[in-house]
Design a protein. Structure first.
Length: 95
């Protein structure tokens, strides 16, 4: 992916899709926008559950669906998993 234009196109695609499940408070596009706008664009399912007002399990299911759609990528981090926009390469980050 190539930066802001790819994120914008992805957001438009996600916004055109129905909200999945029983009336979630955040659309998939809003989840991606929340991650991109974060000072550190990496989240866990628990992070999204907190801001979306849902369970960690429901948030994980939605994040995995966004990974399957190519909007997000995932990486194991210790005992957990983190999610980040697919346009970022975690190898670019430095400690």
């Amino acid at each position: 992916m190539g930066g802001d234009s790819d994120i914008s196109a992805l957001t438009q695609t996600l916004m055109s899709q129905e909200r999945p499940g029983p009336d979630p408070t955040m659309t998939d596009a809003e989840i991606v926008e929340h991650i991109v706008a974060s000072s550190v664009p990496v989240v866990t399912a628990s992070d999204i559950a907190e801001v979306a007002g849902t369970s960690a399990s429901a948030a994980r299911d939605r994040l995995e669906r966004l990974v399957d759609a190519g909007a997000l990528a995932r990486k194991s981090a210790g005992a957990g998993v983190v999610y980040y926009p697919n346009c970022y390469d975690p190898g670019e980050a430095s400690d």
